[in-house]
Write a protein that binds this ligand. Structure first.
Ligand code: BTN
Length: 261
């Protein structure tokens, strides 16, 4: 049985200084990203909008993000970094690494991986997604993590998993507090040292580096291999004609051809 939790349980677990210091909690909301984007100027840096349920959760590339009330993490973090707009990608890569490190604290022997740019994968299925968006210079990082889901709709059943389905028993407040702690630590390191500080560790967890993939941009599909992750977080891609190109946007879809999602 999944243990239910409330706002107090969630807040009591959080031990961060800035990220999570101000939690705006909802039993139900349309989308935590949408709410935070509408309110970026009303909240200080580090504010977190958290919901037990979302009715219009959004994924990358306009996808719908599945709702499973009470069981999962739906939250958005507000960052106000004084850095260039083009680093949205890199901050989201670092964030995915922070989440893997947080999850390792719960289950060190589970093989958590990152599918570039920022999907968290376990056993070739997605367990967590990140939707990073800007409003002017304010950054909204939406995190959706499947913690205690027992099943998924038919359409995503063979591509999605949860901590519970992977045999990891934990609570939403526990996972949330570990994520916020690690994101806070890595965010300040990132502001000081940049993405280069994290790139080797990121590559260690990246499951689509040196793999055959299909890259879809709009209606165009390209088959080839990811041959490097560049210092700026972009991909170096070699297509079937041995031509290389740089994949800049995190609005592309990257699908593995060797099994993983
Ligand atoms: C993806 O993998 O496509 C990104 C999924 C991001 C989902 C989270 S859930 C909390 C926040 N609110 C949203 O509407 N989306 C993000």
């Amino acid at each position: 049985m999944t243990k239910d939790y409330n706002e107090i349980d969630l807040k009591n677990n959080i031990k961060t200084k800035i990220i999570g210091n101000n939690i705006i909690f909802f039993d139900e909301i349309t989308s935590t990203n949408d709410y935070l984007k509408e309110n970026v100027y009303n909240f200080p840096e580090g504010s977190v909008v958290f919901a037990k349920s979302q009715t219009k959760g959004r994924g990358r590339r306009g996808d719908i993000w599945e709702n499973s009330p009470n069981n999962n993490i739906f939250m958005s973090l507000l960052l106000k970094p004084d850095i260039q707009l083009d680093s949205l990608l890199r901050i989201s890569l670092v964030c995915s690494l922070s989440i893997v490190k947080a999850l390792k604290k719960i289950s060190n022997n589970t093989d958590f991986q990152i599918k570039w740019p920022n999907d968290i994968i376990v056993n070739e299925k997605k367990i967590c997604g990140i939707l990073a968006e800007f409003v002017d210079d304010n950054l909204v990082i939406g995190i959706g993590m499947n913690v205690n889901s027992d099943s998924f709709p038919e359409s995503i059943r063979n591509k999605a998993t949860s901590l519970k389905m992977e045999g990891i028993e934990t609570s939403v407040p526990n996972v949330t507090s570990l994520i916020l702690k690690q994101v806070e630590q890595d965010y300040f390191t990132y502001l000081e040292n940049g993405f280069l500080f994290f790139i080797e560790e990121y590559k260690k967890y990246c499951c689509n580096l040196n793999k055959k993939v299909k890259i879809t941009t709009g209606s165009t599909e390209k088959f080839g291999e990811i041959i490097a992750i560049n210092q700026d977080g972009t991909l170096l891609f070699k297509d079937e004609n041995n031509e290389t190109s740089i994949i800049y946007s995190n609005e592309v879809s990257v699908r593995g051809l060797d099994g993983y999602v």
